[in-house]
Each structure stands twice: as structure tokens, then as C-alpha cells.
Design a protein around this ligand. Structure first.
Ligand SMILES: Cc1cc2nc3c(=O)[nH]c(=O)nc-3n(C[C@H](O)[C@H](O)[C@H](O)COP(=O)(O)OP(=O)(O)OC[C@H]3O[C@@H](n4cnc5c(N)ncnc54)[C@H](O)[C@@H]3O)c2cc1C
Length: 457
């Protein structure tokens, strides 16, 4: 007996869009979240989203235009700042225009869309565990927050949209082809505050700032994202490499000392820590009657940590594929499989390629970055191209060659070229993503040597 076609665990950006997509196609969907209804969407986040994601979602699933009431400020570009803070470069293009959102209002908007499309929302309810029927996922056990009472809900498909914890993914049996655990080195830890700055006015609130400093925020950065002339979202994230520091400590020392506005009167609107997976997507995001979306599927840009747009994209592809599988009465791993190549083609390949670039960024020094900024070896447009396409143009290597010869930076030049080749190699492997579960093991084996080389590049 099935209670619903699909149960979606977690009503964040990924879960809400999955539910919206399925409900719009006429399926019976239950969307469960442990938060109270009016708190859904409240999340520690930089709150920034490129508008290209929204255009893509409009085309794919007919997502309505964003209401102005959920936007704090329009974003026109991003400034990257060198470690010595003497140089900065501006990235301005189609992928760097967008919005600084009010995150809570955005979450409320998406859940409202899912409900209006016909999904049933069950807030204040914790999903506790997966249910199995003959070793195959058959539903979830839930419990209302603050109660001992338990209820079993059966569905033909269960979607894990519980965010970075991936709490249902981790409960899958050992035989699943899905990776149940995400390595520590693939997790970014972060701290961020949102302030009103009554005595400080941001002169260019439409420009977001990203500041690299390898000794403080290795594998991550500090962000200063104004949300208007007198409001800002500021935070820092770093990779959880061995002996990493706590982001809150970095925030309270380094960030407070570095930025002038931090020394003025601040009215705290929100303050908190969070984590995000920064790697390629999980290699298969489906098993029998089971799907992963959003952070639970590692659908986050490995270099800048943005995951709002890609989690919504994941939700849209998952919803479309689950709908087709339900219609065909085949929700086995084979029936749900097309979700994998669809996501890989639309965003996953770029993630995989940027995962290589992430390791390069971990392995460069402050001096390397200062030098590259000073000599304009890498321009904003080059980095924009890398972040848009996941492709590093080898012409960048030529620029290095011209500028660094004789200055003792040839090893860096060689590394840039090597990384560019590895990024191309991984894109080629993803272009041959298997068309059925049978090819997964062989395909996966091709990834290992490329990532092993990237970590040393
Ligand atoms: C500090 C920080 C800054 C970031 N800044 C940006 C940014 O500026 N731009 C950007 O694009 N991305 C940013 N990201 C990433 C982005 O926030 C995530 O990638 C995105 O929110 C993922 O959406 P999701 O739906 O997968 O997960 P979430 O938004 O985390 O949603 C998961 C939902 O599941 C619910 N849930 C969890 N467990 C259970 C359970 N057991 N039972 C019921 N419900 C459950 C939660 O309550 C939550 O509502 C940032 C992340 C962090 C940590």
C-alpha cells in the first residue's frame, strides 16, 4: 500500500523544487521538513544566486519569475581580491549578475509554489529513517518534532533532500552503488553573519567581494556580500583539511580586524555556522526507489560553494525523471537512471572539472596569487570563463609563460598547464557517463587516477 507517489525529505531549495516539479505533473507528493512552516528557508548562507540559473529553471520546469519582495538587492558583478589586498579584479558577465536574496522569504516562496502545485507539506516533522521492503526502499519513518510518536509513510520513490547531512543517503545498505559517506576534505565549513551597518555605507552594494587568503581560509575565502548600502552578509569558509581552524575563530579575529565596516556599529540580523559539500556530484544519485538532490547529492560548485541554483536544477531534473519513471511504472535504479546523465550534462560535468581546479587553488600560495593579480596574468574574464564552463583556456598558460619566464615561476606555469589538461580529461570522462547502471563501476575507475593527479598538481 502506497500513501504517496513520492516522499521528499527536506523542503530546502532542492526538495521544494523536486516537489513542485512532480506535483505540477499531477503526482501525489509529500514534502516533509523538521522546521516549522514559517521557518522553512531559514539557512546559514551567502544568499547570492546568479540569474542564469533562474532562466534555465524557467525553461525546464516553468518556474515563475522571482517576486521582487524576496530580493534584498540586485547583483551586478563580483570583485576578487588578492591576499595582499592591493589588487582586485572584477568579474562581470552573464553568470555574475543575479540577486542577493532574503533567504527565508525565498524558501517560503518555493514551498508555496510546491503547495500551490498540489504537494502536501508536512512541517515540524523529522524524518527518522528509511523503510525497506525486501531490501528495497519503500518509505520513511517520521516523527513530529518534540514528540515520541512515530509514523510510517510508504511511497514509490523516496527523495533525500535533507541537505549536507544526507541523513537518508547514509542509511542505505552497504551494497548500494551510492557513496554513503562524503570525505572530510570534500566539506567546506563556514561561519557567516548578516548585519545592518547604520554608520557605514557600502559604495557599490551591487558588487560582491571575494577575498582569498591562503593562511586563513585555505580552500575557501572570505565573502563580503552587501545586501544594500547599509546591510551586508559577511562570512568565511574553508576546507576541512587536517588541523583546519574553526571558521568562527577566523571570523572573530581575521575578518573583524581586516574590514573597516566591521569596526563600525553593527546590528546583527543573523549569525551562524554551516557546511557544504564541495566536490563532484555523487557518482550515482539514484538507487531502486531512491534519489538524492541538492547538498545530499553534492550538487554544489566546488570553487565558490554556491549550491542554491544547482540544487534547484537537481530538483528539477530529479522531478522530471521520477515523473517519467512513475508513468512507466519502473522506479528501479534503471528507471530512475536518466536523472544521472541529465544532471551531469547540465551541471555535474562542470562541477567535476572545478573540483580539479579546487585542488589547484589549495596548492597555490599567497605569493603566487598576489603575483598573478599584479601582473594581470589571470584576468577576471579568464576566471569567469573557468567558472562558467569549467574549462581553463590553455592560452592562459601561454600568458604565464610570457610573463613568468626568468622570474622563477616556471613550476607554477607547468602546474597551470597540467591542471588545464586534467580538467579536460575529466570532462571527457563525464562525456562518456554510462547510459545504464551496468557501466558505473568501470566508469568510476576512470575517475580515480585523474583526481589523484589533481591533488598533487
Ligand atoms: C555558509 C554557507 C554559505 C553559502 N552561500 C551560498 C550562496 O551565497 N549562494 C549559493 O548559491 N549557495 C550558497 N551556499 C550553499 C547553499 O546554501 C546550499 O547548496 C543549498 O541551500 C542546498 O539546498 P538543499 O535543499 O540541498 O539543502 P538545505 O537548504 O540545507 O535544505 C535541507 C532541508 O532539509 C531539512 N531537513 C534536514 N534533515 C531533516 C530531517 N531529518 N527531517 C526533515 N527535514 C530535514 C532542513 O530543515 C532543510 O529545510 C552556502 C552554504 C553555506 C553553508
Amino acid at each position: 500500500m502506497r500513501d504517496y507517489d513520492v516522499v521528499v525529505a527536506g523542503a530546502g531549495t532542492a526538495g521544494a523544487v523536486t516537489a513542485y516539479t512532480l506535483a505540477k505533473r499531477g503526482h501525489q507528493v509529500l514534502l516533509v521538513d523538521r522546521k516549522q512552516k514559517e521557518r522553512i528557508g531559514d539557512k546559514t548562507c551567502g544568499d547570492a544566486l546568479g540569474s542564469h540559473h533562474l532562466r534555465e529553471l524557467k525553461e525546464l520546469i516553468g518556474l515563475p519569475d522571482v517576486p521582487r519582495s524576496i530580493v534584498e538587492y540586485d547583483v551586478k558583478g563580483i570583485d576578487l581580491i588578492a591576499p595582499d589586498r592591493r589588487y582586485r579584479m572584477r568579474m562581470a558577465g552573464p553568470t555574475t549578475t543575479g540577486y542577493s536574496f532574503n533567504r527565508l522569504k525565498m524558501g517560503q516562496w518555493l514551498v508555496g509554489l510546491a503547495e500551490a502545485a498540489g504537494a502536501t507539506l508536512m512541517p515540524s516533522t523529522r524524518v527518522k529513517r528509511l523503510l525497506f521492503d525486501n531490501h528495497t526502499v519503500s518509505g520513511v519513518r517520521v516523527t513530529p518534532e518534540g514528540s515520541e510518536e512515530e509514523k510510517d509513510i510508504h511511497a514509490r520513490v523516496v527523495v533525500d533532500a535533507t541537505g549536507a547531512s544526507g541523513m537518508l543517503r547514509r542509511q542505505l545498505p552497504e551494497e548500494t552503488p551510492i557513496e554513503r559517506v562524503v570525505a572530510k576534505e570534500d566539506i567546506m565549513v563556514a561561519w557567516r553573519d548578516v548585519y545592518e551597518t547604520p554608520d557605514y555605507t557600502f559604495e557599490t552594494p551591487e558588487i560582491l567581494e571575494i577575498y582569498w587568503e591562503q593562511e586563513q581560509t585555505l580552500g575557501g575565502y572570505t565573502w563580503v556580500f552587501p545586501q544594500g548600502p547599509n546591510r551586508v552578509n559577511v562570512g568565511c569558509g574553508l576546507m576541512t583539511l587536517p588541523n583546519h581552524r574553526q571558521p568562527k575563530d577566523i571570523f572573530n579575529s581575521f575578518i573583524k580586524e581586516t574590514w573597516d565596516f566591521m569596526k563600525t556599529r553593527l546590528v546583527t540580523i543573523d549569525s551562524g555556522g554551516g557546511i557544504a559539500p564541495v566536490r563532484r556530484p555523487i557518482d550515482t544519485m539514484v538507487d531502486d526507489n531512491f534519489m538524492l538532490v541538492g547538498d545530499s547529492a553534492c550538487q554544489v560548485n566546488p570553487v565558490h560553494g554556491g549550491g542554491i541554483g544547482s540544487s534547484m536544477l537537481g530538483g528539477a531534473h530529479a522531478g522530471i525523471t521520477a515523473s517519467e519513471a512513475l508513468e512507466a511504472n519502473d522506479t528501479s535504479i534503471s528507471g530512475l537512471w536518466p536523472y544521472n546523465p541529465r544532471y551531469m550534462q547540465s551541471y555535474g560535468t562542470k562541477q567535476a572539472s572545478l573540483d580539479i581546479f579546487r585542488w589547484f587553488l589549495v596548492n597555490v600560495t599567497n605569493e603566487d596569487i598576489n603575483f598573478a593579480f599584479k601582473k594581470e596574468i589571470i584576468k577576471g574574464s579568464d576566471l569567469l570563463a573557468v567558472s562558467t564552463t569549467g574549462k581553463m583556456d590553455l592560452a592562459m598558460g601561454d600568458k604565464f609563460k610570457r610573463l613568468v619566464s626568468g622570474v622563477g615561476r616556471i613550476p607554477l606555469l607547468m602546474r597551470v598547464n597540467r591542471v588545464a589538461h586534467l580538467m579536460e580529461d575529466i570532462k571527457q570522462v563525464y562525456a562518456e557517463y554510462p547510459s545504464s547502471p551496468k557501466g558505473l563501476a568501470d566508469w568510476r575507475r576512470r575517475l580515480d587516477p585523474i583526481y589523484a593527479a589533481a591533488k598533487k598538481a
